[in-house]
Design a protein around this ligand. Sequence first.
Ligand code: PRP
Ligand code: URA
Length: 205
Amino acid sequence: MPLHVLHHPLGTHVLTHLRDKTTKPALFRTLSYQISLLLALEATRDLATEEKKIETPLEPITGRVLARPLAVVPILRAGLGMVQPFLDTFPDVSVGYVGLERDHTTAIARSYYCKLPPLDGKRVIVVDPMLATGGSAAQALDVVKAAGAKEIVFVCIVAAPEGVATVEKSHPEIPIHAGVLDRQLNSKKYILPGLGDFGDRLYGT
Ligand code: PRP
Ligand code: URA
């Protein structure tokens, strides 16, 4: 599946402030909300709709409404910063949680939590702001597939080419929506130029 990179002047603006090391957690959270809303709209452009007959104040018409509910699945902890725009914008959203944490030396993600709603029949949107090696994303996608998800999209704010390659190899049918595609990983598997540790900046840790 192709990688979809966000093209919107507001996205570029927000990303620049997210990257700025002087941006404090309160503003960082607001910016995360804003770019996640833009990404939520991109990741749902092709949602199925169905006919609905209604009456306007003037005449009956057949309109269209969303045909299926969404499930948004943040990868804890940083993914939590991307959930609220989905809840605020879409009429029928359930939330699942996959807890993964990268080891500081190996950068391999360890699973510590999982709680998912029924996923069959839903558009399942797995969200995590940083796609670095792709290890966390690939594991989370394995988990939602094993839980019955069939229509899955992965959404991140900053992607590294290495992470995109990992997800494309392990889950070739899953579309990836990214706010930006950065240059590379450094020797500690952080994204360059990136924005540092998203979870730490979101929560001030
Ligand atoms: C960060 C980030 C992703 C992961 C990406 O989380 O939020 O989940 O690293 O790296 P990867 O693509 O190499 O797997 P981290 O493990 O630091 O946990 P946190 O969200 O609790 O800060
Ligand atoms: N996780 C982050 O929060 N930032 C990176 O650059 C890589 C992984």
